[in-house]
Design a protein. Structure first.
Length: 150
């Protein structure tokens, strides 16, 4: 079964809203102005992407930790060690201004995809995991790239 179940797919797509919203407010000045007035500066542009991106990398550390519990011995130890990397990355690498933080989040999410693949190849994830993670990661990377490269 490689088809992504509806609940994880919908929740994963809903989790993209802050990234897409941040990219949209960076791309459309009128939307940025409305967002600033209605929501405040923390919830527009790169700021929503950066704070939410750090939260999601930390959340994904917990998900990977959960996958590591499905094995034992040395593989479990390696899984636990690898699972903390996204949270540590978010903690140490998202300072220094919005551009460098966004670049570091791009690297963090790309690295997370590699970790997802490792856990997938160890058969610790659901069979549809990589389909979901690839879809979500591509969208996150594109949205973060708006503030860095465009």
């Amino acid at each position: 079964m490689r088809r992504i179940p509806l609940a994880p797919l919908l929740l994963g797509l809903a989790g993209l809203i802050p990234f897409v919203w941040g990219a949209a407010t960076l791309s459309f000045p009128g939307l940025l102005t409305w967002g600033l007035d209605a929501l405040g500066p923390r919830f527009v542009g790169p700021y929503i992407q950066l704070s939410y991106g750090a939260v999601i990398l930390s959340f994904m550390s917990g998900v990977l930790w959960g996958f590591a519990t499905r094995t034992s011995g040395m593989r479990a130890a390696v899984g636990y060690a690898l699972s903390v990397i996204p949270a540590l990355w978010a903690f140490f690498m998202t300072g220094g201004g919005p551009t460098s933080a966004a670049v570091n989040l791009i690297y963090g999410f790309a690295g997370l995809l590699l970790l997802d693949f490792a856990f997938y190849t160890w058969k610790l994830t659901p069979p549809w995991w990589m389909h979901l993670r690839l879809l979500l990661t591509v969208i996150v990377l594109l949205c973060l790239s708006v503030g860095v490269y465009f």
